[in-house]
Design a binder for this molecule. Structure first.
Ligand code: PGA
Length: 246
């Protein structure tokens, strides 16, 4: 089954989240989607959103976790076990905004991935090249390095999601063309099988996914769903993307 995950990033307060979640539940009750749907609100809303979606056929995801198992003296950190306690099923790791703004390395992402798996969460590990790297013809090389470095060997055979998000397509309105996506996802599939991760790793595309392009992107070979940023903040934009994922 495909997966559509909404990455709310640093958006939303309790009132807005309640409104958004209620609108999504109403849409879901009008017809169950043919894919798994996960909402990934910022940390302060995880408890509220988790309560609202309990039993409603929607899943909860977080946007990051600590590389420490804890509990312990790690100010500001949230452990994977704490996220599991909040009923999270997924956690986004190594998003390019964290790699760039917080200097997250492949090594750190691999440690977080191990923590997430140990806590029973399914990690959504993000990879993607910059525009300069793509223009230099290095997109697959860069993404291959990220994959190798960010997935710990212990993740083999475990539930795992990889999101390919070209940095130049995130929040820019620019989307990779279906043939770019097909080439990268085909290469990713090969790499993952070559590294021993098996053929069952779900590969999401992310970067300016919108109702207008979702159907075309979700039909591409080896695309098992979408990681959606901006368009996940409005039910009337997010739900058509979910429906495009049949
Ligand atoms: P976007 O973000 O859909 O707003 O481009 C995607 C993401 O960063 O996960």
């Amino acid at each position: 089954m495909k997966l559509v995950a909404g990455n709310w990033k640093m958006n939303g307060d309790r009132r807005g989240a309640q409104h958004l979640v209620e609108s999504l539940i109403a849409r879901r009750n009008a017809g169950a989607p043919a894919c798994t749907v996960a909402l990934c609100p910022p940390a302060q809303l995880l408890g509220l959103v988790g309560d609202l979606i309990a039993g409603q056929g929607l899943e909860l995801g977080a946007q990051d976790c600590s590389d420490e198992a804890g509990p312990g003296a790690f100010t500001g950190e949230i452990s994977a076990a704490m996220l599991a306690d909040l009923r999270c099923r997924f956690v986004i790791l190594g998003h390019s905004e964290r790699r760039q703004r917080h200097q997250e390395t492949d090594d750190l992402v691999a440690r977080k991935t191990e923590r997430a798996l140990a806590a029973g969460l399914t990690p959504i590990v993000c990879v993607g090249e910059s525009l300069a790297e793509r223009e230099a013809g290095k997109a697959q090389e860069v993404v291959g390095r990220q994959i190798q470095g960010s997935l710990p060997p212990s993740a083999k055979g475990k539930p795992l999601v990889v999101a390919y998000e070209p940095i130049w397509a995130i929040g820019t309105g620019k989307t990779a063309t279906p043939s770019d996506v097909e080439a990268m996802h085909g290469a990713l599939r090969k790499m993952l099988i070559g590294l021993g991760f098996g053929a069952n790793v779900r590969l999401l595309y992310g970067g300016s996914v919108k109702p207008a392009n979702a159907k075309e992107l979700m039909a591409v070979a080896n695309v098992d769903g979408a990681l959606v940023g901006g368009a996940s903040l409005k039910a009337e934009e997010f739900w058509p993307i979910v429906q495009a994922c049949a």
